[in-house]
Design a protein around this ligand. Structure first.
Ligand SMILES: [Zn+2]
Length: 297
């Protein structure tokens, strides 16, 4: 397929290949093409057009699986994944640096496939909507050892304790027990920003973390709460939320530049807790799982 360009001033006609079109212009055009036509027609023109189709759906270097959550998109999910695979097969292995997961799960071997081709991954964002579900990402984690910005279920820290030596920004959800706190203290030397909002913390967790990170740029402990044993997070037993060791934390966090915290008992979101089940307290704002939540592509 050729593109004919007529120059009025000279009266000449130049014939170009579509692949010679300026890529930025092509990308702008592609974003105006209906999604179905992008995935069913435009991507078949050439490798350049396929790249433009995928770049039009997420920025270059980003794998954005949140796209798969869109109801309009669901009939084309598998097609999108086929093209994503083709692209991973043809691009250099260090081309992708960010991975956004959504609420739609892939089969586990597909995560491994993606991770083997993206060993330079720096940013991993898993939404709170997956709650404490973490097994789906296990096949990928062993390949990602250069992560700098991470958001995911806290248990992954314990599962891959050697993977976070370069992490600068860390946001966890779920429970942070003594073991996880020790790993954050000892194995995350580059840590600058730590978010533990809505987390269930063991009695000593925050104190342990601050022993190794006294000068964080940001510490977020809003709406977090203490429990005597993080394992009861997964039981139906009513938990006792312990008082905070405010004075100890205040001293240890004295060098933290920004410490975001709520008013605890006077916070509308914390007290009185609407539900005494500790796991529910970790994810109070989330809607029930979507009916197709566990569907795997
Ligand atoms: Zn609060």
């Amino acid at each position: 397929m050729r593109l004919k360009l007529f120059r009025a001033e000279s009266g000449t006609t130049t014939v170009w290949s579509w692949d010679e079109m300026n890529y930025d212009v092509l990308l702008k055009i592609m974003k105006r093409v209906p999604l179905g036509d992008r995935l069913c027609v435009a991507c078949l023109v050439s490798k350049t057009w396929l790249s433009a189709v995928l770049d039009s759906m997420s920025p270059p270097g980003v794998i954005n699986l949140k796209r798969l959550d869109c109801p309009k998109f669901q009939q084309m999910n598998n097609r999108y994944l086929v093209f994503l695979k083709r692209r991973l097969d043809t691009m250099p292995v260090d081309s992708c640096s960010a991975f956004y997961h959504g609420e739609t799960f892939l089969q586990e071997y597909k995560y491994r496939y993606i991770a083997k081709r993206t060993p330079s991954m720096q940013k991993l964002i898993i939404p709170r909507a997956v709650r404490t579900n973490y097994t789906f990402i296990l096949p990928a984690m062993k390949y990602w050892k250069k992560l700098k910005k991470v958001q995911f279920p806290s248990i992954l820290i314990a599962q891959f304790r050697r993977n976070f030596t370069e992490v600068e920004t860390l946001r966890l959800f779920g429970a942070v027990d003594d073991d996880i706190a020790t790993i954050i203290r000892d194995r995350c030397p580059q840590l600058k920003r730590l978010r533990l909002d809505y987390c269930a913390l063991s009695i000593n967790a925050l104190s342990t973390i601050l022993d190794g990170h006294k000068d964080l740029e940001l510490l977020d402990t809003r709406h977090s709460f203490r429990v005597p044993d993080c394992r009861i997070l997964f039981s139906d037993r009513v938990s006792l939320c312990l008082e905070w060791n405010e004075e100890e934390i205040r001293c240890k966090a004295a060098g933290v530049k920004v410490h975001l915290k709520c008013a605890r008992d006077r916070c509308r979101k914390c007290a009185p807790r609407k539900c005494n089940l500790p796991l529910r307290s970790c994810f109070p704002d989330l809607k029930p799982f979507k009916s197709d939540y566990r569907a795997r592509l």
